[in-house]
Design a protein around this ligand. Structure first.
Ligand SMILES: Cc1cc2nc3c(=O)[nH]c(=O)nc-3n(C[C@H](O)[C@H](O)[C@H](O)COP(=O)(O)O)c2cc1C
Length: 234
């Protein structure tokens, strides 16, 4: 039996009876040792509480955008922590916002390649996660610049109707809430599909990062519940 046929059989069994499926894995595995690797991965996913993954069970492909270019950025660390903790079926690419300054004179079909690839990355994502610090009571220029590029072409922006989750953070207890508000206003101008519900605002962020990643269980849990709503909003 081909590997794909075995996987299909396994998945149909998994839908009906988890224990039957495990028995089948073990039997098929004994019959065909070179089938071991793909089965083991599916098996490990299942033991970790994930469901058997096929294209049909991929729930959402997200794009993470940190509002800071700093290599040690807390905003980037939050995205990395979330990336590691995403539920089965949800994935997230992270890309920085290193783009030229917005200039309408170069916003033409011949715009710089990084502008095209940035817009394409948004178009390809089911949802966007923006994690921003606060600069001088507002959103960083880097993020505003990126949102201005993303907002065009007028009426055809890849962000129109796109589900977006905004997370702000700060070493201060205020958690960058003023930047959060500005990002929300800009997204509403497009309009993107701004995720409603409890706002994710991370204060005293320095204490919540370990080894370059968000490590605070309570914040992770709260942010992941917002990611769940984002994944469902596509
Ligand atoms: C130019 C500048 C302005 C800042 N203004 C604020 C501010 O208004 N409110 C605040 O909470 N933090 C402010 N900070 C502190 C940033 O929140 C802090 O440096 C944060 O770590 C930057 O984000 P990052 O770690 O993602 O790079 C400012 C930092 C800079 C560099």
């Amino acid at each position: 039996m081909s590997c794909w046929k075995k996987l299909a059989l396994l998945e149909s069994l998994a839908c009906t009876d988890h224990f039957t499926a495990i028995g089948s894995v073990l039997r098929l595995h004994r019959l065909d040792p070179d089938w071991q690797l793909p089965v083991r991965k599916q098996f490990d996913d299942h033991r970790k509480g994930n469901r058997f993954m096929t294209d049909a069970t991929v729930r959402a492909k997200l794009l993470g955008l940190p509002g800071s270019l700093r290599s040690n950025s807390n905003s980037l660390a939050i995205l990395r922590g979330l990336q590691d903790a995403l539920p089965a079926g949800v994935s997230m690419d992270i890309r920085d916002l290193r783009l030229p300054l917005y200039d309408q004179d170069i916003d033409t079909p011949d715009a710089p390649a990084e502008v095209h690839s940035f817009r394409q990355a948004i178009a390809d994502a089911d949802g966007v996660v923006i994690v921003t610090p606060e600069y001088n009571y507002g959103m960083p220029g880097v993020l505003k610049n990126a949102l201005d590029w993303a907002s065009r072409p007028y009426g055809k922006s890849a962000l129109i109707g796109k589900p977006v989750l905004v997370i702000s953070n700060s070493p201060a207890f205020t958690g960058g809430v003023r930047a959060h508000q500005q990002v929300n206003d800009t997204l509403l101008a497009l309009p993107a599909k701004l995720l409603a519900g409890p706002q994710v605002v991370v204060g005293s962020v320095g204490e919540k990062i370990k080894d370059g990643k968000l490590a605070d269980e309570a914040v992770l849990k709260f942010a992941l519940s917002a990611i769940d709503r984002l994944s469902a909003a596509k």
